[in-house]
Design a protein around this ligand. Structure first.
Ligand SMILES: O=C[C@H](O)COP(=O)(O)O
Length: 250
């Protein structure tokens, strides 16, 4: 049975004080959340401070991005090992903002995924279609292509450490949430792709998150779908009450 994962992607928000206060509020509220894993992904520069604020709580720490390289002359970059060194257990990879604003390709995401796994991090690999792709009836095709290229050469053992997040680009930060049926359709496709590539048993064990304008008010119906195993939350993760409200909606 897959345990629900509610992950907060704080993006480039907060300052040190608000990041620590938010982490403490989530950690305190976590006691009221049952049967759900909680994860927060602050800006990289606050990982250590947030990790300290979470100490002793069940809330996990994750990063939002990382370099595909091990070390060396890559000014401004952060390696997987460095993330692990400051307590990160997860890393979000291939978020649509990385893909569209920073030109990340499936190949980049794939390289990062392999490096993250080698460093003992659990990658949260994001896929999702643009509005024009959905309107052109290409959603399944786009998701399949991102799935195959971003997760190329991932072994049966490796895939069990990976979380996949479906984030329709048109639903991110727009207030336009995918309907539970739209989310379930893509998640079921992803489950099928996993079954075809690995085994049904492995496919059944992988967590598939939905991301895109998820809030306490719409979370229950999304999380009720059989293949929606959690959420990757942006805006609503910046208020502990909303973030915990989503987790309690399960
Ligand atoms: O990583 C999170 C997603 O981009 C969703 O963001 P949002 O909840 O603000 O729409």
């Amino acid at each position: 049975m897959r345990k629900t994962l509610i992950a907060g992607n704080w993006k480039m928000n907060t300052d040190r004080a608000t990041a620590v206060a938010l982490a403490k509020a989530v950690a305190e509220g976590a006691a009221e959340v049952e049967g759900v894993d909680l994860l927060v992904c602050p800006p990289a520069i606050y990982l250590s401070a947030v990790g300290e604020a979470l100490a002793g709580s069940p809330v996990a720490l994750g990063a939002q991005n990382m370099s595909p390289e091990d070390n060396g002359a890559f000014t401004g970059e952060t390696s997987a090992t460095m993330l692990g060194d400051v307590g990160a257990e997860y890393v979000i990879l291939g978020h649509s903002e990385r893909r569209t604003l920073f030109g990340e390709t499936d190949l980049d995401v794939c390289k990062k995924t392999h490096k993250a796994l080698a460093a003992g991090l659990a990658p949260i690999v994001c896929v999702g279609e643009l509005l024009e792709e959905r309107e052109a009836g290409k959603t399944a095709e786009v998701i399949k292509s991102q799935f195959e290229a971003s997760l190329a050469d991932i072994s049966e053992t490796q895939i069990t450490s990976i979380v996949i997040a479906y984030e329709p680009v048109w639903a991110i930060g727009t207030g336009k949430v995918a309907s539970p049926e739209q989310a379930e359709e893509v998640h079921a496709d992803l489950r099928r792709l996993l079954t075809e590539r690995y085994t049904a048993e492995i496919a059944e064990s992988i967590r598939l998150l939905y991301g895109g304008s998820m809030k306490p008010g719409n979370a229950a119906e999304l999380l009720a779908k059989p293949n929606v195993d959690g959420g990757l939350i942006g805006g609503a993760a910046l208020k502990a009450e909303d973030f915990l409200g989503i987790a309690k909606a399960k």
